[in-house]
Write a protein that binds this ligand. Structure first.
Ligand code: PMP
Length: 410
């Protein structure tokens, strides 16, 4: 069932009542005209746009959908809580249950503070670090995304220089660079902030060098700063215990959000005992931060991921997609690079510095019913079955064929 023109008409109306018609990372105007702006439905790993077109979803709403849209266990838990109430005069018992589940699941976590968005969590983590150390400076990797508050938004519009004055940049995976940055901010560093791997937009993804992660841990200990892992994007997809747990590197503080509630609005900071007292001193809160429905959804999401072996399912789907794409690219005469963990994949074309080829290919994928992104990493979910991946691959193959007709290969 399709309603042609509905997206266009909604955009026209939005342009009159919403700045720019839409803003931020979900603004379809920053992609090609093929990208729909409005969506009306999601089910498993499929989404439908306002014109009724169906897509195999390889973006998972930019990360949140980790079990698939409308997952029964999550929806049942949310509905049961909703029937009792959501936004009350205080948190529900579910806050304690969710915090206990996270402390039991995440070895670096002795306590949890809840909020709504990833930016809340990264900002709150820095506040804890500053309260604990009495220092101002924060080491951040050049080009890394940590959210959209004035201290971290990639566009400086509407921000002041003072709001960023305490950031000192280091190059990701370069321990000497991080040590130099710490030296530059001599004695003033409250926190070292890092993502679990390099997942900056517009460029190939890069795994973390384990020696770098261990080096950051040692550096933080040496200078008395908190090591803060921004696990907002990768959290729950790589390892339910935290993305650096397989490396044996335990952060002092970790920021979580995106996939935590399978689409329900929730974020968290987890921390080590040594920072519990500092965390307690913050005035950090929000009208909706303690709503019970998203907490019930998060508890069900984390339990379900554990019970079904969610990470392995995403790895399987991601590996199947990666293998299929590699074979298709080669068959159509394109050299591509596929980077990032298979469950948080991205594909770029050799010699495509302007990402023009990538844009054309992504648009062609959309026309073939596959939703993915030309310059931001994609996300797999536990709902992607072999058949879904094969359906996606049928679309990407047709898109490579269209690209070959245009460019004739590399
Ligand atoms: N940190 C990272 C690594 C992210 O990927 C994001 C969101 N893309 C954020 C922080 C901010 O999260 P939110 O958009 O929910 O505020």
């Amino acid at each position: 069932h399709t309603t042609p023109g509905r997206d266009a008409s909604l955009r026209e109306r939005a342009a009159k009542v919403v700045p720019g018609g839409m803003y931020g990372h979900l603004n379809a105007a920053i992609f090609t005209p093929a990208y729909p702006q409005f969506f009306v439905r999601g089910e498993g790993c499929r989404q439908w746009d306002a014109d009724g077109r169906e897509y195999v979803d390889l973006m998972c709403s930019w990360g949140p959908m980790i079990l698939g849209h409308r997952h029964p266990a999550v929806e049942e838990a949310a509905a049961a809580q909703r029937a009792q109430g959501d936004c009350l005069n205080g948190p529900g018992p579910v806050m304690v249950e969710l915090a206990e589940l996270m402390v039991d699941t995440i070895p670096s976590a002795d306590w949890v503070m809840f909020s709504k968005n990833g930016t809340d969590a990264t900002t709150q983590a820095l506040m804890v670090a500053r309260a604990a150390t009495g220092r101002d400076k924060v080491l951040v990797a050049h080009g890394a995304y940590h959210g959209a508050d004035p201290w971290c938004t990639p566009s400086t519009a509407g921000t002041t220089a003072a709001e960023r004055a305490d950031l000192v940049e280091y190059p990701y995976n370069d321990l000497e660079g991080a040590e130099a940055a710490a030296g530059y901010a001599d004695g003033e560093v409250a926190a070292i902030l890092a993502t679990p791997f390099k997942h900056d937009s517009f460029e190939d993804q890069e795994p973390v060098d384990p020696a770098f992660a261990r080096g950051l841990r040692a550096l933080a200990d040496r200078i008395g700063a908190a090591l803060v892992l921004d696990d907002v994007r990768a959290g729950f997809r790589l390892d339910p215990r935290g993305s650096w747990e397989p490396l044996g590197v335990r952060p002092d503080l970790t920021a979580w959000s995106k996939a935590m509630g399978n689409g329900y609005a929730i974020a968290a900071v987890t921390g080590a005992d040594a920072l519990r007292g500092a965390a307690q001193t913050l005035y950090s809160t929000g009208s909706f931060w303690f709503s019970a429905v998203p907490m019930a959804a998060a508890k069900a999401t984390i339990e379900t991921l554990r019970d079904i072996g969610g990470v392995a399912l995403m790895e399987r789907a991601g590996a199947r997609l990666r293998e299929g794409l590699a074979a298709q690219a080669a068959a159509h005469g394109f050299t591509v690079r596929q980077t990032g963990p298979v469950q948080i994949p991205w594909l770029s074309f050799e010699g495509d510095a302007t990402l023009e080829k990538g844009m054309h290919w992504a648009s062609a994928c959309l026309e073939e019913g596959v939703y993915l992104h030309p310059w931001h990493n994609w996300f797999m979910s536990a709902a992607h079955t072999d058949a879904d991946v094969d359906r996606a691959l049928a679309g990407t193959d047709a898109a490579f064929a269209k690209l070959r007709a245009r460019y004739g290969g590399d």
